[in-house]
Design a protein around this ligand. Sequence first.
Ligand code: KIV
Length: 303
Amino acid sequence: MAKRLTAPDIQARKGGDKLTMVTAYDEPSARIADRAGADIILVGDSVANAVLGRDDTLAMTVDEMVYHTAAVITAEPSGLVVGDMPWLSYHTTTDEAVHNAGRLIRDGGAGAVKLEGGRKRLDVVKAVLAAEIPVMGHLGLTPQSVHAMGGYKVQGKQAAAAYELITEAKMLAEVGVFAIVLEGVPAVVAAMVTEEIAVPTIGIGAGAKCDGQVLVFHDVLGLHDKRTAKFVRQYANLADAAVEALERFFADVRSGDFPGEEETYHMPEESAEILRELTVDAGDLRNAGIDGDSFLADEAMER
Ligand code: KIV
């Protein structure tokens, strides 16, 4: 296995080569992200939207996030794997937050966790860091606050709100997060945060000045035909390619062209000859001097 990037490796990239981050929720998507060179793979709670078809991310549980994180780790990616802490997994007590963060590390195999919020979450961030778990912050349009924000709206558009966001980013950096995701904020605000703090910023709808960028796997690859946010750039249309491939499969089934010779198993002609004469039944085969059990076992093995 190639050496995996760590949270300190990512932190050390501040101001250097741009960081690449994408979500993944299972082994195949993690392998694809890894082959493409992702510095960070985020097992995001956006799995709720991208995979489960939900309108928001609030349904995800710690068990489900652990399950997806463990699947991603199976791909043995060389980028840092960050497990997203779902809604209500860090909003009650700091003890519970530490326990849940620990599950993403111990049971999921993540190298760090991400949690949303600034000023209100400082105690939780400190507690998780004190348990030796690296934390990635997330400010701006934080999807778990969808109801409190009154919808998915760009944050920090007014000077006072932008000032507060910059202050919160500084607070998070000072308590020790290794990076901060900035989502849905004006480019000028993200640029100021990036200037002001000593840890990398990773933007999603936050302009070009961040230290890195993140997008959701299914959005980048066009794996769905839903409307996407303004900040998404779709680099492929795999949904259309998949529909086309399945249409060809079904057409081949209907025409009898699938399966062909190369997708078909065969048996020795002499065995086929015996079969044609006998009922396929272990008793009949034994009467014919053939060990029926091993005959049937051999058949099963060939699959
Ligand atoms: O869950 C997620 O995918 C995220 C990214 C949008 C940053 O939090």
